[in-house]
Design a protein around this ligand. Structure first.
Ligand SMILES: [Zn+2]
Length: 86
């Protein structure tokens, strides 16, 4: 049979009556990302807020490199990497 303190801890789970402590807010990834205007792929942004330099598959620089992103991108770190690096 649960005690009064256990019921209170479940009802008010802020640590006042013991039990689980509230979790601190999860920090967002420090690296902002944005979609390239040319190839529409998400890339990390530079400190100036520009899409970092990247190349087309043929090895030529993408025209969207070092330009403002078309829209911001947010990829949770737990969703797995979409990098094509082997
Ligand atoms: Zn691009």
């Amino acid at each position: 049979m649960p005690t009064l303190e256990q019921l209170l801890a479940e009802t008010i789970p802020d640590g006042t009556f013991g039990g689980a402590r509230p979790r601190p807010p999860q920090p967002r990834p420090s690296t902002p990302r944005g979609h390239c205007t040319a190839c529409d792929k998400p890339y990390a942004l530079t400190t100036e807020g520009l899409v970092r330099h990247h190349d087309r598959p043929r090895g030529t620089p993408c025209p969207g490199s070092r330009r403002l992103p078309s829209r911001p991108a947010y990829t949770p770190p737990s969703s797995g990497s979409t990098d094509t690096r082997a």
